[in-house]
Design a protein around this ligand. Structure first.
Ligand SMILES: Nc1ncnc2c1ncn2[C@@H]1O[C@H](COP(=O)(O)OP(=O)(O)OP(=O)(O)O)[C@@H](O)[C@H]1O
Ligand SMILES: [Mg+2]
Length: 385
């Protein structure tokens, strides 16, 4: 088995200590209907070993944020703000320079494995080519051996023989394992996994999360995990960023955000978590209403029309993301209303009326978190050292 070596946390970071620093990132797409404001002022930073979960409903801008970071948006997209990797600005970088960073510095795992795999090449070849793209000194033989090692590491049985298969000869779950092997191939500093399990069935999802966890441990990469499943975030991430209508509306440590959410939207998301102990509840209680148009967003809080705490003042201007506790930020002028015990009936129509809000949220969230805990919690950088 090849040994995987990694630069120390110190040498991997820029002066600020951040590996990846996203500041005020915005993306607009010109369309026939007008300018789509897909991402609006998203900021986050990742240090070595960090695991950040990004959650939010469909269309909230999670993928566009990641594609902007990777320089993979169509040329028509207008991207502003700053994305620094190891202190170096990535926005505006030429394609050639960017391709040196992609895969080696920042690797991405997409939702659909076929997006990342080429159907006409054997999987072993695709992995070994990834290795050789960034390591010109690697011989073909060494790269092939590394490919087999990686396939074994992600749990492909008979890895050496399977390396000669084509992607279509693998199941969806196996293909996603291959994609994770490719992401790991060059010991990236950062892995961005965009809904890595959404296309897979539930039993395979848990296995893939374990593989992703192995990838995180083996490479020591800081990880951004984008998912619809708040249970997955609870099991794997240290911090969470909740997106709504292109913005971060709540940000903070997983515990703080889950147990004392301070933005009603986050509460709604927690309320719509599937419960593994109750088949009927897995239908979810979706948050009422739908997100606003991103072409002409209304002036006030974009969640206002769907919010049970809505008052007229919410429509005046969009609330800033403000610190509500150390390290925990929320964009809601009424966030104090969520401090302490709030009646669950204010938020959930269902059967939770006797519970306090906090109890209802925890009761709803915990069964799913248990489901995700089959996955080892992420280690801290210290444990990994
Ligand atoms: N090339 C494009 N041109 C115009 N609009 C786009 C383009 N790509 C994305 N959008 C819009 O940007 C917004 C954010 O999309 P994005 O794919 O980031 O959502 P998401 O949070 O990843 O959703 P999902 O959970 O469904 O993956 C959406 O309104 C989408 O329609
Ligand atoms: Mg997406």
């Amino acid at each position: 088995m090849t040994t995987l070596t990694k630069p120390s946390a110190e040498s991997a970071s820029s002066g600020s200590g951040a590996l990846l620093e996203v500041t005020d990132l915005s993306v607009q797409f010109p369309t026939e209907d007008g300018l789509v404001h897909a991402v609006r002022g998203v900021s986050y930073s990742l240090r070595a070993g960090d695991v950040l979960g990004i959650v939010g409903e469909s269309g909230s801008g999670k993928s566009v944020t990641s594609l902007a970071i990777m320089g993979l948006l169509p040329a028509s997209a207008k991207v502003t703000g700053s994305v620094k990797f190891r202190g170096r600005e990535l926005l505006g970088l030429g394609d050639k320079e960017f391709s040196r960073i992609r895969g080696k510095g920042i690797a991405m795992v997409f939702q659909d494995p076929m997006t990342s795999l080429d159907p006409v090449y054997r999987v072993g070849y695709q992995i070994s080519e990834t290795v050789r793209r960034h390591d010109k000194n690697a011989s073909a033989k060494a790269a092939r051996a590394r490919a087999a090692d990686l396939l074994e590491l992600v749990g492909i049985p008979n890895a050496k023989d399977r390396a000669d298969n084509y992607p279509h000869e693998f199941s969806g779950g196996m293909r996603q394992r291959v994609v994770i092997a490719i992401a790991m191939a060059n010991q990236p500093d950062v892995i961005i996994a965009d809904e890595p399990t959404t296309a897979l069935d539930v039993t395979v999802q848990a296995q893939i999360l374990e593989v992703l966890n192995t990838a995180m441990q083996e490479t020591g990469a800081a990880t951004v995990l984008i998912t619809h499943d708040l249970g997955v975030v609870a099991g794997m991430a240290d911090r969470v960023l909740v997106m709504y209508a292109g913005r971060a509306v709540e940000k903070g440590p997983v515990d703080g955000v889950y147990y004392t959410p301070r933005m009603p939207y986050t509460l709604g998301l927690l309320g719509s978590l599937p419960r593994l102990d109750d088949a009927e509840k897995t239908k979810l209680t979706p948050i009422k209403g739908s997100p606003p148009s991103m072409v002409n967003p209304p002036p006030g809080c974009p969640f206002g029309p769907r919010c049970p705490l809505h008052i007229d003042k919410c429509d005046e201007r969009e609330p800033d993301l403000v610190e509500v506790e150390p390290g925990h930020e929320a964009a809601c002028i009424r966030n104090e209303k969520l401090e302490g015990d709030v009646e669950a009936a204010d938020f959930f129509e269902a059967d939770a009326t006797d519970l306090t809000l906090a109890e209802a949220v925890v009761a709803d969230a915990l069964p799913s978190m248990d489901g995700a805990s089959a996955v080892q919690p992420a280690t801290t950088p210290d444990e990994r050292a």
